[in-house]
Design a protein around this ligand. Structure first.
Ligand SMILES: Nc1nc2c(ncn2[C@@H]2O[C@H](COP(=O)(O)OP(=O)(O)OP(=O)(O)O)[C@@H](O)[C@H]2O)c(=O)[nH]1
Ligand SMILES: [Mg+2]
Length: 363
């Protein structure tokens, strides 16, 4: 199904606008809060300049970029975790996501309703409080669940109880789970709980158009907050991005010149989200299509083959592999082979970023 990132943020911070920019399709934007009542989902292409570079040397019928699912998650409000606003309805949608884009309102526009003056720090803390409360609820229920089992000296249950109790303690202090160091086996125990504050997050300061060159004091609050949590952050003007992606390329170029916006923020946002997910890309290239595929860093050849077709993981025999850079240097696969740069890799091979592969699978 592909990996998913969920767009969260308090009401009217610009989530649907950003979602619209992502998908270049009209989402239900509005100046009143709770304009979005259901989570909507779209699939976006991950920008990949190397596809075109490969095409220069291996002519093909079509280019297929990797895909990322984006989910617009309805308005969270202070108190959501206890049923206020749309209540807990949002939780399921966030839990299913692999990464979170936390959108923060850094624009002042009186007609776009909000309670009190623009205050990014307060907004971030309020939303995080809701997420922490939601996780605390989940963890508490699971502590209760394994406590009885742990008493009967069940080793696995005892381990889970330790891990869950520590998670509970972290959350009770108002901290997010990703702020803690977890061992791989602890993460394995926590994974089935789909905890929200354990997911990687990117803070997105949704700024006013006037601050596109930078210098928004509100955006700085977002960057500082993210930095203190060892998280990444970036600035974007949702409104402008949304307008730009819906324009013809000519109009867009003119508009960008006029407004002095050298580059769209969106491709960078997608690329950052992609790296946040700990992903890497490999390619398959032939006369029918050149395609970018998504795997996790550290995945082996068989796992990569399985991304193409689930049967291929078992049926994997070997892979012929070279790097995109080799293709750019030697120009043809035959020349890469002649230069001894085409590698034959077995089942233990750990894929590298930018591999171009032909998989040999058994019938
Ligand atoms: N000035 C300015 N206005 C923006 C920006 N992004 C969004 N808006 C406006 O803010 C209003 C609310 O945006 P939405 O995208 O509907 O907000 P939302 O977070 O999806 O709201 P809910 O779904 O109701 O929680 C719209 O009128 C947008 O045009 C921005 O970057 N700058
Ligand atoms: Mg919305």
């Amino acid at each position: 199904m592909g990996l998913a990132c969920g767009i969260v943020g308090l009401a009217n911070c610009g989530k649907s606008t950003l979602f619209n920019a992502f998908t270049a399709t009209p989402a239900d934007r509005a100046v009143y809060p709770f304009s979005t009542l259901e989570a909507s989902e779209a699939v976006v292409s991950v920008p990949e300049p190397r596809l075109k570079q490969i095409e220069q040397l291996i002519p093909t019928e079509r280019l297929v970029p990797a895909a990322l699912r984006v989910v617009d998650i309805p308005g969270l409000v202070p108190g959501s975790s206890t049923g206020k606003g749309l209540g807990n309805k949002f939780l399921g949608a966030i839990k299913e996501c692999d990464a979170i884009l936390h959108v923060v309102r850094c624009f002042d526009r009186p007609e776009v309703v909000r309670e009190g003056p623009v205050n990014p720090t307060k907004d971030m803390e309020e939303l995080e409080f809701e997420l922490v409360a939601a996780d605390l609820d989940t963890v508490t229920r699971n502590v209760d669940r394994v406590t009885k089992k742990a008493r009967s000296q069940d080793k696995q249950a005892k381990f889970e109880l330790d891990v869950f109790s520590r998670a509970k303690h972290v959350l009770e202090q108002g901290k997010m789970l990703r702020s803690e160091q977890w061992k791989p086996e602890e993460l394995v125990a926590l994974r089935p709980l789909f905890l929200i504050t354990l997911k990687p997050v990117l803070y997105v300061a949704n700024i006013d158009q006037d601050f596109i060159p930078g210098g928004s004091k509100w955006a700085k609050e977002v960057h500082d907050h993210a930095k203190a949590l060892a998280a990444q952050s970036m600035e974007i003007c949702g409104d402008i991005e949304c307008e730009l992606v819906n324009m013809s390329p000519q109009d867009r170029a003119e508009f960008q010149r006029e407004l002095k916006i050298p580059e769209l923020g969106l491709p960078r946002l997608i690329a950052t989200t992609f790296s946040l997910l700990g992903l890497q890309t490999f390619f398959t290239a032939g006369p029918k299509e050149i395609r970018a595929w998504t795997i996790h860093k550290g995945d082996t050849g068989p796992v990569a083959a399985g991304a193409i077709h689930s049967d291929f993981e078992k049926a994997y025999v070997r892979a012929e592999v070279y790097a995109v850079e080799d293709l750019l240097q030697y120009k043809t696969e035959a020349a890469i082979r002649a230069a001894g740069k085409l590698r034959v890799e077995g089942r233990d091979y750990v894929m590298r970023e930018g591999d171009v592969t032909h998989f040999l699978v058994s019938k």
